[in-house]
Write a protein that binds this ligand. Structure first.
Ligand SMILES: C[S@@+](CC[C@H](N)C(=O)[O-])C[C@H]1O[C@@H](n2cnc3c(N)ncnc32)[C@H](O)[C@@H]1O
Length: 292
């Protein structure tokens, strides 16, 4: 049975939707689920967003009301993951917060390249990578404007990981194909060296691809890493989290960095809690893990 969208505007929390279909209690159950699973806070103003994102999932599941759908979700881990992923905010773009890439280029890049050339393994992580614009930007800056030097870097022991909670985001990141217009803020030389444009589409090239791995990963759950990272970008992810989840994440990120490694966070984010004691600010929203 289709959802009843023809009721008077005053009836439900979303205009025209019956409270039997989508009630305040359903919204609260969803908000609780998303907070518990991913640390994400859904404020009361998000009724309509939740309605529009969940309705297609509800239809796919053959349900006619939110409460019926939520009962099913309660018994099905896969549905829970899908539900939470559908409520993530995946907004991102190439060269976002460009001062971070300038900092990386000037302060970290020479040392990382030298260490990798000397045979050390260097590890980079884009945590909460969304559809990949962040990590591909970083890889282009890493390989640089000089083509033959960049190819040598791509053969060295620098490995990168991009992860996100949302499977659809990871799939898009891995695909690495974007409207050419989306890369306009990337310096021309970097695009020419490391991507291939066909018509209106631009695709990331093999030199970057072979350095990068992707995985679906909820930052609030267990991490599968044995080694520490030299660089972590975790930007505009914890902005949506409740305070305990923010503090827990910062502490874990700090501990996952090698001493002297760097953490980049979003411009409206802060480090707080016990992780802050391990992190020294070295630039706007750039932190270095203490050597101890
Ligand atoms: C706004 S995007 C930021 C993308 C990129 N880092 C940037 O700054 O442009 C936030 C991403 O964090 C992911 N995310 C939210 N909660 C997460 C969690 N608990 N674990 C892993 N990723 C999460 C979302 O799926 C989303 O793709």
């Amino acid at each position: 049975m289709a959802l009843n969208l023809s009721l008077p505007a005053t009836e439900g929390i979303v205009p025209g939707v019956s409270p039997q279909v989508y009630a305040q209690a359903d919204f609260e159950r969803i908000a609780h689920l998303v907070r518990q699973e991913a640390g994400i806070v859904l404020s009361d103003g998000k009724h309509l967003l939740v309605y529009s994102r969940i309705t297609p999932l509800l239809r796919d599941a053959g349900c006619t009301t939110f409460s019926e759908y939520l009962d099913k979700v309660g018994n099905d881990a896969e549905m829970r993951v899908k539900t939470v992923a559908s409520l993530t905010t995946n907004h991102t773009y190439f060269n976002r917060e460009s001062h971070h890439y300038d900092h990386f280029n000037e302060t970290l890049r020479p040392d990382l390249i030298a260490r990798a050339a000397a045979g050390e393994t260097v590890r980079i992580w884009s945590a909460g990578c969304s559809s990949g614009e962040e990590v591909w930007t970083l890889m282009m800056f890493l390989l640089g404007a000089e083509s033959s030097a960049g190819k040598a870097i791509s053969r060295s022991k620098i490995v990168a990981l991009a992860s996100d909670l949302a499977e659809h985001a990871v799939t898009a990141a891995q695909k690495g194909s974007y409207p050419a217009e989306a890369m306009k803020e990337i310096p021309q030389k970097l695009r020419d060296n490391w991507c291939k444009q066909t018509g209106d589409t631009i695709e990331v090239g093999p030199e970057m691809r072979k350095m990068l791995r992707f995985r679906q990963l909820n930052l609030l759950r267990q991490w599968p890493f044995k080694a520490e990272f030299d660089v972590i970008f975790c930007r505009n992810v914890m902005i949506y989290f409740d305070q305990p989840s923010k503090e827990q994440l910062v502490a874990r990120l700090a501990r996952q960095l090698r001493p002297g490694g760097y953490l980049y966070i979003g411009h409206s984010e802060r480090v707080s809690g016990e992780g802050a004691d391990l992190l020294k600010p070295v630039g706007p929203t750039v932190y270095q893990r203490s050597m101890a």
